[in-house]
Design a protein around this ligand. Structure first.
Ligand SMILES: [Ca+2]
Ligand SMILES: [Ca+2]
Ligand SMILES: [Ca+2]
Ligand SMILES: [Ca+2]
Length: 667
């Protein structure tokens, strides 16, 4: 008998009994406002669960200290040969939308507050959520769903029958005006920890908490701040084994596009204590922790609106700005500052199967600008200042090559309402037309500042070891802004694919909404190239405002499923029906990071290797993928290679009959 997680890991304890396997669940104690203690009497949730559908074959304790169990099997009707024999994409869609199995709708109400506060802002800031996370909150082996919203945080429990049930007793209704933005969840030495970012109500001028850390017996707000935070990520940056927390500065309310700061909180005995402030990280959007250098320690990567991707490396006591090399697809050296974008979500995956984690970043695409510019080529600029005391007025403009001047995108009437001096500086349409931005600003231009974006393609950056190579995603990916980005092998061919959640409707009155996307699945070829799948082939038809997206195999059939939120719309549950099923691996790491956040797994298939797969808490757009690793390919893996958090590398053979394995690192 092999007992897993026998110490240090509060997640679960497995015991083998005749005909099945029992997992004892940890006791959760205490209550607190909003995040209510789970009651075993009312739910039965904490009765030991017998996963009787799986036949089990427990193997050995190996020489290198890994404890291995494996279950064989036909779990959940999984039949490998059947799936291979079926032609996957030509006849039937990959995904079946089963959103009724979740029945969640983002309840955020439309509001005019963004434009009331900053009349010339080109887009709303209050319509960017919600995020979604796959996280096994009741540790029964099935991933549950966490969804964020305005002042609330909702838990939907996996019912083991292909659906999710709302659990208001586990959900948080803070009654606060802020929206929950990014979400990241993990297990640490003290149990579950759910972390969130906050965005204050658009009308608020008061400081509010940057975010929250929720546990089963406590809710703690992070530091008070005037800024709105976005993405949150848990990772161990100082290498002490305990997860730390990064909270990305999204913007400062009323002062867009001024830069915000990103804050890092040091994990210490279950507390998250103020540690570092990364100043001027721009209008940060996506954020991830990813081990780009392969040394067992995560780098921090931030995407930003009207800014570049920013990298930080940890040295144990600090995070330092880092500027890796960058080359074009043609191999010419270039600079990250030439790739300032209207970046959105961010994720990392090994798209070219070389064992290094590559980056994928969402952007505004090539389908905006109303004919004023070609976004595939031309920069967009924002000139801003406190033209009216107390608020920052942003002016969006671009270069008019015909008249050789910077031309604002907004109509004169609109400008005059927001800028009292416009009546003097440009008294007529003719004066405005002839003078452009320079005439409009007149003497007020001297105190204005400027940000810009020159690169609007949603893009992958292939990790070449000492530098990254830029590759714009296919044209279909540029038809609409992308927010959620989720990488996984959605068709099960062994190569990482990429999903984009698309569209943005919260534009200003003179711009038409960006609604050309339906949610796009891009199939990777394992060499860093992608091909767009039609909606008919993917089964993904999401005409709303796609936001958070997360991958996880919620029904344990070996095919990776997808959940996508839509702002003020229904959350889509996309059940993967046609992928070639993979082999599952769960890692257990003794100590304060039992989920092994930061571990990188690579499967071997005889003489070749599959892509590196990293376990992260927080990625994409305000979201989080499952921590259960799916290994995919045409044949079963022959071995699995794990780089544990901190860098220890271990290899373990994989028996062809094993469908799922749990590996525990020796202490
Ligand atoms: Ca740490
Ligand atoms: Ca790679
Ligand atoms: Ca694939
Ligand atoms: Ca599945």
């Amino acid at each position: 008998m092999a007992v897993l997680a026998e110490s240090g890991a509060p997640a679960s304890v497995w015991r083998d009994v005749s005909g099945g396997r029992i997992r004892s669940l940890p006791s959760l104690t205490g209550t607190q406002t909003g995040f209510t203690r789970m009651s075993p009497d009312t739910t039965g949730l904490f009765r030991n669960q017998i996963l009787s559908s799986m036949t089990l074959d427990v193997t050995d304790v190996t020489r290198d200290g890994l404890v291995v169990t494996s279950n064989l099997g036909e779990a959940a009707g999984l039949s490998h040969n059947d799936s291979i024999a079926t032609s996957p994409l030509s006849t039937t869609a990959l995904f079946e939308e089963i959103s009724a199995a979740l029945n969640h709708r983002d309840s955020t109400q439309a509001s005019t507050e963004d434009f009331d506060r900053q009349p010339l802002i080109p887009r709303r800031l209050s319509t960017e959520g919600p995020g979604v996370a796959f996280f096994d909150i009741d540790t029964d082996g099935f991933d549950d769903l966490l969804l964020a919203g305005r002042g609330e945080w909702m838990v939907f429990r996996n019912d083991h029958a292909g659906g999710f049930q709302p659990r208001p007793d586990l959900s948080l209704k803070s009654g606060q005006a802020h929206s929950v933005t990014g979400i990241a969840a993990a297990v640490d030495r003290h149990g579950m920890v759910l972390t969130t970012g906050h965005q204050p109500s658009p009308g608020s001028n008061a400081p509010g908490p940057l975010g929250s850390v929720l546990r089963t017996n406590q809710l703690r707000n992070l530091d008070q701040s005037l800024q709105a935070s976005g993405s949150v990520v848990l990772a161990d940056w100082d290498g002490d084994g305990e997860l730390d927390l990064a909270v990305a500065g999204r913007h400062v309310p009323g002062r867009w596009p001024e830069s915000a700061d990103t804050r890092i909180f040091h994990g210490q005995n279950g507390q998250y204590l103020p540690w570092l402030t990364l100043t001027n990280t721009g209008l940060a959007t996506g954020m991830i922790a990813s081990d780009l250098t392969g040394d067992g320690r995560p780098e921090l990567v931030l995407a930003a609106e009207f800014g570049p991707l920013r990298f930080f490396r940890a040295d144990g006591t600090n995070l330092h700005p880092w500027k890796p090399g960058l080359v074009t697809a043609e191999g010419n050296a270039t600079d990250w500052l030439d790739y300032q974008g209207r970046w959105t979500g961010l994720t990392a995956a090994d798209f070219d199967n070389d064992g290094r984690l590559d980056l994928a970043a969402g952007n505004w695409g090539w389908n905006f600008g109303e004919g004023r510019i070609d976004p595939a080529r031309d920069p967009v600029r924002i000139t801003y200042a406190e033209f009216v005391p107390g608020t920052v007025t942003p002016l969006i403009h671009s270069w008019d090559p015909l008249h050789r001047r910077e031309v604002p995108w907004r109509e004169l009437g609109t400008l005059r309402e927001a800028l009292p001096f416009a009546a003097e500086t440009v008294p007529s349409h003719e004066a405005y037309g002839k003078g452009g931005l320079l005439a409009l600003l007149g003497p007020h231009g001297s105190r204005a500042r400027r940000v810009e974006s020159q690169w609007h393609a949603s893009t992958v950056f292939l990790n070449r070891g000492d530098q990254f190579e830029v590759r714009a995603l296919p044209t279909e990916a540029q038809w609409a802004p992308a927010f959620g980005l989720t990488a996984a092998d959605f068709d099960g061919d062994g190569h990482q694919d990429l999903f984009l959640a698309q569209n943005f409707f919260g534009v200003d009155a003179e711009t038409s909404r960006h609604d050309a996307g339906l949610g796009l699945l891009l199939i990777g070829d394992g060499r860093g190239h992608f091909k767009a799948l039609s909606p008919a082939a993917s089964g993904i038809v999401l005409p709303g405002e796609g936001r958070g997206s997360a991958a996880g195999d919620f029904d344990l059939d070996g095919r990776v499923d997808l959940v996508v939120t839509q702002h003020a719309g229904p959350t889509a549950v996309l059940h993967n029906r046609r992928a070639r099923p993979g082999w599952a691996l769960r890692l257990e790491h003794p100590g304060p990071n039992p989920m092994a956040i930061g571990a990188v797994v690579r499967a071997e298939f005889g003489n070749s290797s599959g892509p590196a797969i990293e376990i992260r808490a927080g990625s994409g757009w305000w979201s989080q993928d499952s921590s259960r690793v799916l290994i995919t390919g045409a044949t079963p893996p022959t071995a699995v290679h794990v780089r544990w958090p901190g860098g220890l590398q271990q290899r373990h053979p994989w028996s062809p009959t094993v469908r799922e394995m749990r590996l525990r690192r020796s202490p």
